[in-house]
Design a protein around this ligand. Structure first.
Ligand code: GLN
Length: 194
């Protein structure tokens, strides 16, 4: 099978780190800014950044509906931090329409100001017994999950990694560490079609 082509939404945020981690994990990674570029990828990652800005830019770049259509049609999607906020069904305290791809309610900047950023060893049973070095930066947590959503990891009793079929969300930033297990897990969600 040829390496899958994974797009990284490149409107704003930590794009290059995802591109490098995807390539280390065996994918071909490309930056996505247009509907044409979106059409050429097998899967899409939305990186960390600023959700209010990116929701506006998605609309301006004509990407909101094309992304919804691809993901609802089964394309694997992974949102890290801001990317998970943008994909959530609803966001406490945000009054902009999201992509609504993942039946969860998230709260932005949920872990409090004192601990704006932290790296914590996070148990993720789906990735093996070794805890994952999870980097949280003004991270959201998950307050509600719909019946289709599986929680893969929790911190302080709140979901921080969830999956519903072809959609994955993490509150933390695996692209900022050298542990590529979450990138490998995501590549495993791409069907081997060729
Ligand atoms: N707090 C940011 C937001 O609400 C997300 C932070 C991040 O992606 N690291 O968009």
């Amino acid at each position: 099978m040829a390496a899958p082509t994974v797009g990284v939404l490149a409107l704003q945020g930590d794009v290059v780190e995802h591109v490098r981690a995807l390539e280390r994990s065996g994918a071909r990674a490309v930056e996505v800014r247009t509907p044409e570029e979106l059409a050429s990828v097998d899967a899409l990652v939305v990186p960390g950044g600023e959700s209010t800005t990116v929701i506006r830019l998605l609309d301006r770049f004509g990407l909101t509906e094309p992304i919804r259509a691809r993901v609802r049609g089964g394309m694997p999607f992974w949102g890290t931090c801001m990317g998970m906020i943008v994909a959530a069904h609803d966001v406490a305290g945000l009054d902009q329409p999201t992509l609504d791809l993942l039946d969860v309610t998230v709260r932005r900047n949920a872990f409090g100001r004192q601990v704006d950023s932290a790296e914590v060893p996070l148990p993720i049973p789906a990735l093996g017994t070794e805890p994952f070095p999870a980097v949280f930066i003004r991270a959201p947590w998950i307050e509600r999950t719909g019946p289709s959503v599986e929680t893969l990891a929790e911190r302080d009793g709140h979901g921080v990694m969830v999956r519903a079929g072809n959609v994955l969300g993490t509150s933390f930033h695996p692209e900022l560490t050298h542990d590529d297990r979450v990138h490998g897990y995501f590549l495993g969600m791409i069907p081997a079609t060729r």
